[in-house]
Design a protein. Structure first.
Lengths: 493, 318
């Protein structure tokens, strides 16, 4: 680039490279079909999930997956998560990260090539582009044409279609955060919350810009994941590789390649690559895979499909470009056989990732299966810590918070341990009605906050450890305990 | 100093300095950056014209818009008051003893009272309303002048022993020692008796002598059994709560020189709604008693006739 010729040419150097427009050619093959399948599955999951219903009874929403930010609940099928249980979500995110590590160490940038939303939506947008503008050649021509009625019409059609897809993308997102049918009706009639319209607007804009115009620049310049992946891969991870040991030196054109067999006397070794540039033409990020592994390669495999097609036509073995590891590459160059895939997959690195991933998953399942749906907090009133009553007894005040995390109203009895001759009552009743237990009715999926008073004789320890215990007064049962203290005046005046 | 020249690879002029062969390109600011700078300068000038900005000798310029932070605060306070107006009106109209009938109103009053208490009452009664010697603990179940909502409200409205207020809660214990009503020994005997009825001492000769003295000197206010009298704020002497201390020395001091605790009247310091809120808050602290209407009181019936039905008044549009 900066050779002596460049400097003496008096050409002005640019500090930033201008984007080279990419017009990928359409291709068919197993990897393309796999990409279609992944796109169909991921988009179906994304669009259908918020509309799934899940019966939780009359006291909870019936949406299968719902992030209820206003009500501070997270519903996922039979699992309901309260804000203080957010560590389950954190656990899921850790599992997602470890899952990506596992996939990356085993099969390279598979996430980038097939499942990443940027890839999926860019792919979708490219197909719309082909629908409106035609194939690669037509797209080139249209791009070079000056602006006129025809170009304007085509561009407007394409952008309109993109915008529709983008709006559908943003539109689906909001349904995860409210009851989908209700929100859809309100959204159309203009009665939905402002934040819903703002979210759809922002996501429409980002989808339109990222999928329509930024495309591979997101992967190359904006996304941190390609950089992180470099650290996660080793010489046993799959890479889309141009097998230069087979392909080089390249021949120009099919004819010379066919001649090669006849001209054996030429003594010039001929590689399988005929430099047809099919692999470059189909690449959605516009890289030349023959230059070796590079940040622009998202390992989508479309160049493999394109090259195989050519190899079949010129009667050469397929997979001149294919998924290979660095280790296998070395073996192949030495003329040895590659290692069996299972041996490559089951190595300490992947096994450790899988073990940690699985352990976290099992631990979370265990915790979810055993978690209590009743919780009790007892906060002792600090100011004043104790009150002397007219009959000489000492009274302490507590704020009890009783969480009923089930979707039905429940009745609880609260009792006390660790204090002798105590009386307990709450701020809804006079002391005359005090007793050894309290009965509290907690509405479905709610926290009951109640000021509770405990009185006990003044004789005793200055500070006693006590336990509030609560037990659900129904067939299912269950209990919770909260530790706190009972204070007496002691020696103080 | 090198000469300014055009740098060939980049086509940019150099600034003309050279340090050990290193030169610097005179790259111009990006246009968008410059225009942003100019726009902020214009904005800044406009801002000082429209808003208070330039310091003068007396005060800063007022600005063309006439905006001030004080007026903004006043407007915000008015807006907040307006928002609370229906609630405030409902609390103003409901008789204090009927507040518990509307749980929403009661909760609002308790919270309002909590805030007002922190400003007006904590100086004497403490942040937790636990009081101290001479200042009653408002959390307990012992009330000198009554512990139902109406009694607490009356106490707050008119104060206790406030000078120059005819409606104030008024009573005065004689200073038996200072004024020579009882001798030192007699006072000691009365204190012995009081300690006996309070359960802090076993009956003895001194207490028996004191009982007779109590009968003649104290029973008029504190009752023959020493249970006190709320109509005149005479404390119950048989319970465990002592405003000025229940030890012998404190009791001797009380009987000898009497006590004269004063609470100001709050109706001429705070608006009626705040006073009601304070009553609700104090009542909610754990010792509040239920209001028992006095049937034979013609005055109460009269008042009830004049007041509009609170429950209906209470339903306000939000």
């Amino acid at each position: 680039m900066s050779s002596l010729a460049d400097l003496t040419d008096h050409e002005v150097n640019r500090f930033f490279e201008a984007r080279k427009k990419v017009f990928p050619r359409e291709v068919d093959g197993p990897f393309r079909r796999f990409k279609w399948a992944i796109m169909a599955v991921t988009l179906a999951i994304y669009y259908v999930t918020p509309w799934l219903r899940w019966d939780r009874g009359p006291h909870a929403p019936d949406q299968a997956v719902l992030v209820d930010i206003e009500g501070r609940r997270f519903f996922m099928f039979q699992i309901e998560i309260w804000p203080h249980e957010f560590y389950y979500v954190a656990g899921l995110l850790i599992m997602a990260a470890l899952g990506l590590f596992l996939v990356t160490s085993a099969v390279g940038r598979a996430w980038c090539g097939y499942a990443c939303p940027q890839t999926v939506w860019t792919d979708l947008f490219m197909h719309i582009e082909r629908l409106v503008d035609g194939g690669r050649r037509d797209q080139f021509k249209l791009d070079a044409e000056p602006w006129g009625a025809k170009k304007l019409a085509k561009r407007l059609t394409k952008w309109t279609l993109w915008l529709l897809v983008a709006m559908a993308t943003g539109g689906a997102w909001i349904f995860y955060f409210a009851d989908a049918p209700t929100l859809a009706r309100d959204f159309v009639t203009g009665e939905a919350a402002g934040v819903a319209y703002a979210t759809v607007g922002i996501l429409t804009a980002t989808t339109f810009i990222f999928g329509g115009f930024l495309r591979e620049q997101v992967c190359i310049y904006m996304c941190p994941w390609p950089r992180i992946q470099t650290a996660l891969m080793d010489d046993k991870s799959l890479l889309v590789t141009y097998k230069y040991w087979r392909g080089e030196p390249r021949t120009r054109g099919v004819k010379r390649a066919a001649k090669q067999v006849d001209d054996a006397a030429e003594l010039m070794p001929q590689g399988d690559c005929i430099d047809c540039l099919a692999c470059v033409a189909v690449c959605p990020t516009g890289v030349d895979i023959r230059e070796g592994p590079q940040i622009g390669c998202i390992t989508c495999g479309l160049c493999i499909d394109a090259c195989d097609e050519v190899m079949r036509r010129i009667d050469r073995p397929e997979k001149l470009i294919g998924y290979t590891t660095v280790e296998d590459e070395k073996l192949a160059v030495e003329g040895k056989h590659p290692r069996p895939p299972l041996e490559r997959l089951l190595r300490p690195r992947t096994l450790v990732y899988f073990a940690v991933w699985g352990a976290i998953g099992l631990a979370m399942l265990f915790a979810l299966g055993n978690r209590s749906r009743i919780e009790l907090d007892a906060g002792q009133t600090r100011n004043p810590l104790y009150i002397t009553l007219s009959d000489g007894d000492v009274r302490n005040g507590y704020t009890l918070k009783l969480r009923n995390m089930q979707a039905r109203p429940r009745r609880f009895t609260v009792a006390l341990q660790g204090l002798e001759d105590y009386e307990m009552w709450d701020d809804r009743m006079p002391r005359e009605d005090a007793g050894a237990t309290l009965t509290l009715d907690v509405p479905a999926d709610a926290v009951l906050r109640r000021t509770v008073y405990v009185a006990a004789p003044a004789t005793g320890e200055d500070k006693e450890r006590i336990l509030f215990t609560t037990r659900a007064a129904d067939d299912e049962g269950g209990e919770a305990i909260a530790e706190t203290f009972f204070n007496r005046p002691g020696d103080r005046p | 100093m090198a000469e300014q020249r055009i740098d060939e690879p980049t086509g940019t002029q150099t600034v003309g300095h050279e340090w050990d062969g290193i030169e610097e390109l005179d790259t111009p600011m990006p246009r968008w950056w410059l225009w942003t700078l100019y726009a902020t300068i214009i904005w800044g000038i406009g801002y000082t014209v429209f808003y208070p900005a330039w310091p003068m000798i007396e005060q800063a310029t007022k600005g063309a818009l006439g905006w001030s932070s004080r007026e903004q605060l006043a407007a915000e306070m008015d807006a907040a008051a307006e928002e609370k107006a229906p609630l405030t009106l409902a609390i103003a109209q409901i008789p204090i003893e009927r507040l518990p009938e509307d749980s929403r109103l009661l909760a609002a009053a308790v919270e309002g009272g909590r805030a007002a208490f922190k400003v007006n009452c904590v100086q004497c009664h403490g942040a937790g309303a636990a009081g101290s010697t001479g200042y009653p603990n408002l959390n307990d179940d012992d009330w000198l002048w009554g512990g139902d909502l109406k009694a607490i409200h009356t106490t707050l409205e008119h104060g206790i022993r406030e000078p120059g207020n005819d409606a104030t809660r008024m009573s005065q214990m004689p200073a038996f020692g200072r004024d020579g009503l009882l001798t030192r020994t007699e006072i000691e005997d009365v204190v012995s008796h009081v300690q006996v009825i309070a359960g802090a001492r076993k009956a003895d000769a001194s207490a028996r002598r004191g009982a007779a003295l109590f009968e003649t000197n104290c029973a008029a206010c504190h009752g023959p059994a020493g249970k006190g009298d709320r109509t005149q704020g005479a404390p119950n002497l048989t319970d465990a709560i002592w405003l000025y201390g229940g030890d012998r020395a404190s009791l001797v001091e009380t009987v000898s020189n009497a006590r004269y605790g004063i609470m100001p009247s709050w109706s001429n310091r705070l608006d009626p709604v705040t006073v009601k809120m304070l009553a609700a808050y104090v009542h909610s602290l754990g010792g509040g008693e239920e209001f028992v209407p006095e049937d034979d009181s013609a005055e109460a019936a009269d008042a009830a006739g004049k007041t509009p039905d609170p429950v209906e008044q209470n339903v306000q549009p939000r």
